[in-house]
Write a new protein. Sequence first.
Length: 202
Amino acid sequence: MQFSPEKTCVTHIEQGFDFLGQNLRKFDGKLIIQPAQKNTHVFLDKVRELIRQNRGTSQTDLIRQLNPVIRGWVNYHRHIVAWQTFKRVEWVLWQALWQWAKRRHRGKSLHWIASRYWHRQGRRAWQFAADTGERTPAGKPVWLRLVNPTETKIRRHVKVRADANPFDPHWHDYFEDRAFFRKFGIHRQEAGLKPSSEPAPR
């Protein structure tokens, strides 16, 4: 086994380093993990290129192509310190889509363009969304919305207790609280665990 000189970096933790698209660095003795700048730039370049390639595409088709890309990137980073980055990405997306809309309607006013592609939904006055033509039982239109990075909640990983054992029936309630079985689709019988009324060790 040999180290790759191009991929190997020896640095102080306070200087930080990038790993798997995220930057790890200590600030005042506290480890902070954020989306790496390079990873964010690559993502934004991909989104901008996707928008450029779909200048003549309908809004509905554009949203359907963008949503999986945005959702995948946001979900990957939603467990770290990423809200400020999500805010910046939201702004860059708005700028790119605004240019996309203006190119499609060079003879229209800015107000017309805004009301054509952006709509008020809930508390958001500027939601990039398209009417799918479908209606709810109440007769309201069904909208196809662009994924908004800032609406994704940041959820920190909670450390598993060191002495916890997922195969010990006494710890069933503990892992059930962590949504362990629901997340991985494991049932007690499949894991070989018997029902237990005893509480998990404290």
